[in-house]
Design a protein around this ligand. Structure first.
Ligand code: TUI
Length: 320
């Protein structure tokens, strides 16, 4: 079965599934596996220095001949240098997060790089379409990490109605039902993060993966609203402490000091109580670590099953 959309043609991929560019977690190993499975693998630059991003890009190129992307986190202190690496390495696709990539667009387009920014709302989507981006990712507040305010269910159809370029739905999607729901909202594809964190090819510490597997539907919280950059994480000792200090009126500067170094502490060193365990609300659905190839075969089977059930419903042969 195939469920090709215009996103597949745009990116030259088999399935309209993009992997989230998670800082520390979206390495060459994960990105190459996703691209090899027929989706778009993405290296997450996060706050990494340009030499590290360059090394990861070269490793992806060694592991797969298929298209891949780099996610540029626009609040990174190295954003300019990372963009230079992306241009030099002729990376086929750039996704961006945590800001407006407008000033980098002319240079990226000049080398033929496809640019797909994350947008938290309609106005930025419209503005970026006018500036020539190739697609947008409408990321709902269900997502892990730095988030906007609007839910995927409300955001995606509003962005779809506002632009003509393909819209990719993100936030709260981890299986075939979620993919079909996104297509029903008018999206041309999905971006998934949390499910790929719990894959064999993702280098997240085993404690990090175990925490997502153990999590239920109510186990994420949003910290850092005081900084203007809210982040969804699994509720652990650090998150509780952060929420308590925020309720007591901690300043943005003090909060940011408290957060420094907390992503790698959990993701790499496995301290999932004192570190930040970034995860989407869909964590409760993820039950086991799997290979990326298995995740893709499961997604494809599940999309087909869901579409068949909907067709039976339409024919009056199934109740809803
Ligand atoms: O970027 C993400 N998720 C992230 S980035 C990250 S590292 C970080 N940690 C703490 C604070 C800030 C960053 C961890 N997780 N997702 C994509 C995303 N982009 N979510 C929200 C946005 C966004 C928000 C505002 C995109 C554009 C935007 O526009 C503001 C403007 O300048 O118009």
């Amino acid at each position: 079965m195939s469920f090709r959309t215009r996103l597949c043609d745009l990116l030259d991929i088999e399935y309209p599934v993009i992997q989230g560019g998670m800082a520390w977690l979206a390495t060459s190993s994960l990105a190459a596996a996703v691209s090899e499975a027929g989706g778009l693998g993405v290296v997450g630059a996060g706050n990494a220095p340009p030499e590290v991003v360059q090394k990861e890009i070269r490793e992806v190129k060694e592991r797969t001949a298929r298209p891949f992307g780099v996610n540029v986190m626009l609040l990174s202190p190295y954003v300019k240098e990372v963009m230079e690496v992306v241009l030099r390495e002729r990376v086929p696709v750039v996704t961006t997060g945590a800001g407006n990539p407008g000033i980098y667009l002319p240079a990226l387009k000049e080398v033929g790089c496809k640019v797909i920014p994350v947008v938290p709302g309609v106005s930025l989507a419209r503005r970026l379409e006018r500036q020539g981006v190739d697609a947008v990712i409408a990321e709902g507040t269900e997502s892990g990490g730095h988030i906007g305010e609007t839910s995927t269910m409300a955001l995606v159809p509003q962005v779809v109605d506002a632009v003509r370029i393909p819209v990719i739905a993100a936030g709260g999607i981890a299986d075939g039902r979620g993919i079909v729901a996104a297509l029903a909202l008018g999206a041309s594809g999905v971006q998934m993060g949390t499910r790929f964190v719990v894959s064999k090819e993702c280098p997240a510490h085993p404690n990090y993966k175990a925490m997502i597997i153990k999590a239920g539907d109510h186990d994420t919280v949003v910290t850092g609203r005081v900084t203007g950059h809210p982040v969804r994480v699994i509720k652990n000792r650090l998150a509780r402490e952060m929420l308590r200090l925020e309720a007591e009126g901690i300043s943005a500067e003090e909060f940011e000091k408290l957060g420094t170094g907390k992503y790698p502490l959990a993701a790499i060193h496995g301290d999932v109580e004192q570190g930040s365990v970034l995860s989407g609300q869909i964590a409760g659905m993820i039950k086991a670590e799997e290979s990326v190839a298995n995740i893709f075969s499961d997604l494809v089977r599940d999309v087909e099953k869901t579409l068949k059930e909907l067709a039976l419903f339409l024919d009056g042969q199934r109740e809803r």
